[in-house]
Every structure is written in C-alpha cells, then in structure tokens.
Design a protein around this ligand. Structure first.
Ligand code: F6P
Length: 500
C-alpha cells in the first residue's frame, strides 16, 4: 500500500495531508506513487490550477449562464477587494453582515423563526443549525428555528402547530423568488398570521426575505428594508455563506456565524494557494477520479461518525449531484465520467443499514469516513462512547480495505474497497465551515477535471414545466386531458385515477 510522503507534524500517518487542522488520510485508496504522479499530471493537463485562480478572480466560469461563481467572497473575512467586472463586491457583502448582526440584536423576544426555502435555500442553514446544536454550552438564544421546505402541508402543519403567531418571524429565502414550493408556503404562513388576528402592520413586521430578486420580494409584500440581498454570482447550493445562513446567526449569535465563515475562508485560502500536491480538495477529487477510472464506480458514500452531521450527506447530495450530475461537458460534448450517486448517513447507525452491501456487494463504492477527535457532548459517558464510535469508524475502513478470506463463500469479504478518512479536531462552527468549504472546493475541482460546468442546473427545469399542465388537469377533476399539454398516456391514466 503506497504511503505518499508529506510534510506533516509528528504522529500523523505518512499518508495524511492537513489543511486548517483538518486531516485527510488517503492510505486506503491504495494509490501508488506513480499513480499519484499521473493523477497530478492529469490535473495539470485539465488546467485545474488555472480554473482555481479563475474562480477566485471572478472570471465567468459558469459559462452557460455567463457568470462567475464567487461564493468565496461571501466568507472573505479578510475583506480584501474581490473584483467583479471592475467593481469590488466586498462593500455590499460587508453591508449584509452588518444587517445580519443588527437583526441578531433586534429580534429580542422572538419565540419562533420560520425559514421558508428549498434546495440550496434550505440544506445549508438546516445542516448548520442541526450540527451546532450539540456543541456543549452553545447558547440557542431561546428561539425555535423551523425549516419549511416541502410543499407537502404535513411540514407546514407541524410547524404552525408549534409556533406562536404574535412572536414569530418569517424569512422567505429564495434566490429566484419564483420557486413554487417557497412562494406557496410563504403565502400559507402569511395566511396563518392573518387567521391568528395579526394586523397588517404586525405581518409587515414579521415578514423578511433573502433573495437575489429584490423586486419580486417587494411585489410579494416584503418591506424593502426587510429584504437581505444576495447576488446572481452566488449559486443556490453555494449560498449558505450569504444571508441564506441568517438562521445560524439568529440561533447561535453573530460571532458563531462569523466563526463558520472563518473556517470556510481558511479552507478557501488553502485551496487557492496550496500546490496541487498538498491541496486537500484537489487530493479528495483525485481519489474519486482514480477509483472511477479504475473501477467505473457509480456511487460513493459519505459517512460522518457524528450524529450531529446526519444532515451532511443530504447537503452533499445537492452539492455534488446538482453541480456535476451531467452528461455533457462545458463545450456540449458527451462526457465519459460525471458525478456518481452520493449517499450516506451518520455512523455507526449506517453500519446497521447498508454496510452489508459496502462490504460484500458486487459494486465497489468508495467512502469518505468523517471522524471528529473530540467527543460531541459533555455527558459523563461521552469519552467511553466516543472511543467506541471512533473504533467502529477505524474498523470499518480497515475491514473494507483488506477484506477477509474464508472457506465458506458467504463469509468472504473481497476487500480492496477504497476509502478516505477525514479527521476534524472538533465539531464547532469553524470546523463545520471548513468541512463544507472543503467539499464545495472538491466538487468544483471534480467539475474542472471532468470539464463540467458545476454551477448551472438545467436538468431540474423540465419536470417543473411538465408539472404545470398536470396540476391543471388534476384541478379540473375531469377525465379530459388536452392533448396539446404534452401529457402522455401513462400519466393521463394516472391523472384519471387520481381524479376518479
Ligand atoms: O432544485 C433547483 C433549484 O433551482 C436549486 O438549484 C435551488 O437551490 C433551489 O431550486 C431553490 O431555488 P431558489 O433559491 O431560487 O428558490
């Protein structure tokens, strides 16, 4: 097994690389030094270094939409100018930070915040709120934070049952402000305030928006000084660093939000400046690329051995599959490789679910194990439990790598199942920010290596368009379907069944 040497402090495995105190151990990828050399040569041939520089320089790397992908500016706590088409974007970014901080001080006595948004306007803040709740001693400022994403009214009903209308704030979060789930849920939440005798001025006071489409938010009825903008140069799934992350500041305080940004910023500086050979996001991208070329892998798993990170794989699914789940490259030509299916959940629970397949199934599924060195509670049992959690994580990685022979074929573990192991020193706002930025930059690196535009998502539109005539047909209650609506015979039969 190759252990590519690196300049690490004592006690780190030889196969480990570090950035921002996050350790990545690639030992069980089973990549030889010669193969690493080939991989870095390939990265250079793919102009990955130029791509990274262009991304931070605000070049229009999102070719199909003719935009940059400048989410790194949102966490640029060093406040150095970030030029976009000749203008520094930082003053606007900093102004939004001030407004977020002001809201943290202003919303005293608020019992409930309903954050309404979906996809990239939901996963990031939801993950951060869930992940940081465990931090011993963290102050959740007496506010209940609710996330409303699904158009299914079950979620709406659950939240509205719990919230107190007179002391609730509603934040409508939508980059486009045209997403049907979000606008419908926002209307329902406003109707709930009205039905609970809130006056017009109370409703105005309660209603806030975070969007890149300020006119649409105003049109909806949100007062202009209650609208926190972000910009078209921020992709939805890369937007938690903007005012989309407002719940983090409201729930845990502005300082914690700043620490979250600081962790991500530190990871960005590493990604921007480290040579490819020491660059964590790049190394992680190359491990997946290697396994894809070697085994044609169709799926990979992310398993955080931290219950607080149970939402992480869901966030990662959108990040990876919406960014890189494509069949054509930046020039419109077919690609050989793009994003595998991503799945995962917290270990050790995951072991009792799908690990059977990971060990003995016919597919090779690379895994990113994520472990946290410090226990994640201050319970008296924490140290003993944490030792078991970590030992499970290490044992799974070893078992998958080496496998086991046996006379009985049923007991054979084939082994050679690759994995990365990431160690976070602890799970706090800083390292959560660093972890998410590590993965964002890894996703962008993979896009560059596959020559895929990681910043658009044309594939999500078709189904949305088709839903409109179907909704109309479902609403009509009749079995007559207009053939010009593009509804096929299978779907027509299903509509008729539902209408009967
Ligand atoms: O699912 C498609 C998508 O456009 C995502 O890219 C985005 O994160 C989500 O919908 C929500 O979009 P918006 O923030 O514009 O409401």
């Amino acid at each position: 097994m190759s252990l590519r040497p690196s300049q690490n402090p004592e006690n780190l495995p030889n196969s480990a690389h570090t950035a921002v105190d996050v350790v990545l151990d690639t030992a069980y990828q089973n990549i030889t030094d010669a193969q690493w050399d080939e991989l870095f040569a390939l990265a250079r041939k793919s102009h990955l270094d130029t791509f990274i520089a262009d991304m931070f320089a605000g070049k229009h790397i999102n070719l199909s939409e003719d935009r940059p992908a400048l989410h790194s500016a949102l966490r640029n706590l060093s406040k150095t100018p970030v030029m976009l088409d000749g203008k520094d974007v930082m003053p606007e970014v900093i102004n939004v930070w001030h407004r977020i901080e002001a809201l943290c001080n202003k919303w005293v006595g608020v019992t409930d915040v309903i954050h309404i948004g979906i996809g990239g306007s939901d996963f990031g803040p939801r993950l951060a709120i869930e992940s940081l709740a465990h931090v011993p001693g963290i102050d959740s400022r007496g506010m209940r934070m609710h996330f409303l994403a699904n158009i299914d009214t079950a979620e709406l009903a659950r939240i509205l049952d719990r919230a107190q209308p007179n002391s609730t704030r509603i934040i409508i979060v939508s980059k486009s402000f045209t997403t049907l789930e979000t606008t419908m849920n926002a209307k329902a939440a406003v109707a709930w305030l009205r039905a609970n005798d809130c006056t017009k001025s109370q409703i105005s006071k309660a209603l806030y928006a975070v969007t890149a489409n300020v006119p649409a938010a105003k049109e909806f009825g949100v007062e202009e000084d209650h609208i926190l903008p972000f910009w078209d140069w921020v992709g939805g799934r890369y937007s938690v660093w903007s005012a989309v992350g407002l719940p983090i500041a409201l729930q845990y305080g502005f300082k914690i939000f700043e620490e979250f940004l600081a962790g991500a910023h530190a990871m960005d500086l590493h990604f921007k400046n480290a040579p490819l050979e020491d660059n964590l996001p790049v190394i992680m991208a190359l491990t997946l690329l290697h396994q894809q070329r070697k085994h044609g892998v169709k799926a990979y798993a992310a398993i955080p051995y931290a219950d607080a990170l149970d939402w992480f794989p869901k966030w990662l699914q959108q990040l990876d599959m919406e960014s890189n789940g494509k069949s054509v490259d930046r020039d419109g030509k077919s690609v050989q490789f793009s994003s595998p299916v991503v799945f995962g959940s917290a270990g050790s629970n995951a072991q009792h679910s799908y690990f059977q397949l990971l060990h003995q199934g016919t597919e090779i599924i690379p895994i990113d194990f994520i472990a946290v060195r410090k226990p994640m509670s201050d319970r008296p049992e924490a140290i003993a439990h944490h030792r078991i959690l970590l030992s499970n994580c290490l044992a799974q990685a070893q078992a998958l790598a080496h496998g086991k022979t046996a006379d009985n074929p049923n007991d054979v573990y084939p082994g050679n199942r690759p994995s990365n192991l990431l160690f976070l020193p602890e799970l706090n706002a800083f390292y959560l920010g660093a972890l998410l930025a590590l993965y964002e930059n890894r996703t962008a690196s993979l896009g560059a290596l596959w020559n895929i535009n990681s910043f658009d998502q044309p594939g999500v539109e078709f189904g949305k368009i088709l839903a409109k005539p179907i909704e109309k047909a479902l609403g009509s209650g009749s079995d007559h379907i207009d053939p010009s609506d593009g509804i096929d015979a299978v779907t027509a039969a299903r509509i008729n069944f539902l209408n009967s």
